[in-house]
Design a protein around this ligand. Sequence first.
Ligand code: HSE
Length: 397
Amino acid sequence: MIQIAILGLGTVGTGVAKVVAENASQIERKLGESLQLKTVLVRHFKDGPYRQLMTDDFSRIEEDDAVRVVVETIGGVEAAYEYTKRALNAGKHVVTANKQLVAEKGCELLALAKKRGVNYLFEASVGGGIPVLHPLTQCMAANRIDEIYGILNGTSNYILTRMVRSGAFFTDALREAQTRGYAEADPTADVDGIDAGRKICILADLAFGRQVDPAEVPMEGIRHLSLRDVRIAQRAGYRIKLLGRAVRLPGSGRTAYVAPHLIPEEHPLANVEDVFNAVVVRGNATGEVMFYGRGAGEMPTASACVADVMECLQASPRREEIGWEPDVQGFEDPRALRSRYYFRIEGSLTDAASAFGQVEVLSEDGETAFLTETLSGREAEERAGSLQVLSRMRVLG
Ligand code: HSE
């Protein structure tokens, strides 16, 4: 029998306990031994099915040689960081869904895991139940990865879908996402693009092999998105989605950002709705590969955690291909990237044309909405300097 511990019993921690219990026979068949939840670290004791397993003292897990894998689902950095280091130092594998910790401290924790001869795995930190990190580092290992982009936050995508499909108010749609267990404890991370930003950092770290500091990545969410823009975009054959994007630049340069984009309706990302996420990875040999599935929620995220637990126990002696260099040099301002831009301005077509030259008009009724030719983010900003800009977004493609 193999015994594990869970740190934190929120949405994901509870899901992990359920998957271990509900799928016990499949897991045992694959591992050749049964998997048992031995201890659960909580801050406050609660009645329920795991009451007998609860402790509020991490050293009981740390000092228990029978616990081989620790699943960290506390979230945030402070306590999670300390317990992860202590568990790795105690020679235990650690599995997590904690994207903040991985984005900020992943490089260091991976180095510590390597030193201790154990695994630190975090498939569930990006894309919930979608297998994406494993395929990126293993199945696509023979590629140079040039770009990754996608819908990386289930809560924002759920809110956008509800607003567009049934005219729901932002706050009502957010409350629904919270009830369904999609949102972070502090949902500002979801709606302000920070959660997607952490995920694009992790993807970029693994894809490009060097640390991207989340503090350098511009992150814009959906809070200020106007339904007016959504409708104008739809009439013109586009959908608006919050995308995280990371691009390899010449030399060892790289850039990343999160922002709402206009997506042509024929692009596969345009129809990714509700809590679904999709990640497109462009390899120099494969071309574009897309990963799609439920990006948040108790059971999908738990599925990825438990698969990592099994991977830790099966990988012999440990997975070596996961990791990146701590070097943060070479991160460049994403405004260097070129694309078409959508603008809505308080002004006329003449104003738009005098700033941008040739434009494609989408709507004109006191305000003017238009698409520019392809230009860099810096040029777009400079040329719009004299205009009264109400909205501005990149167009994908
Ligand atoms: N709050 C996150 C989301 C959970 O909505 O995508 C999964 O990482």
